[in-house]
Write a protein that binds this ligand. Sequence first.
Ligand code: 5RP
Length: 243
Amino acid sequence: MSATETPSNDTTSSPAALKRLAALEALKEVRSGMKLGLGTGSTAIELVRALGEMVAGGLDVVGVPTSERTAELARSLSIPLSTLDETPELDIAIDGADEIGPDLALVKGGGGALLREKITASAARRFVVIADETKMVDCLGRFPLPIEVVPFGLTVTLRQIREVAGALGLTGNLEMRAGAGGGHYVTDGGHFIVDAHFGRIPRPGELGPALAAVPGVVEHGLFLGMADIAYVAGSTGVQIVRT
Ligand code: 5RP
């Protein structure tokens, strides 16, 4: 993994300012005519806001949102939108992350949009991650790993997740994510999210396929070998991290 640094002209280093800084750096890659995947979460909100300003200034792009929330914000900013079915090949997908580990291995899904985010990133020629420096880790897993599961047979799915994780030496609480109304959180795709508190995931490359093989698992939040670059903002500027 290599890293270079772009000095910051921004005098504030509030979390929102850092997220915007990372987003602005990533947006330097964007040109008129591009088709863009638009991520979800507080960093992606800064991205969409900044993109909205660029569109208002004449930039001609089409966005494919990774969640209903992102779609709503983008529409409010008059960013032209499409769907992955209408626009199956994207130039760049830009999204946040919950953790950025070695080799740009990511944990994503804290915002509950990991399935659409992963499909969208996989459709892009280039997957660009934006984050503040708190997201950089030496080992994934301190942030609970989001796993999207179907409601049917939940007890069986949870048992099988425990089994495959246990076989890799991973233990920890599997917590059903709560929704705003008090029941389970329901994703845009109508699924539930299990947050797996493993603490450390030293071999994500083994865990990912093992989780994917559980029938009730729709997708997991390990994004491995997908990111091309990360723009990571800190108080001294934006670090550019490549694999
Ligand atoms: C949503 C995600 C987000 O990218 C991730 O949770 C980071 O969010 P934030 O930018 O708010 O820290 O994966 O599903």
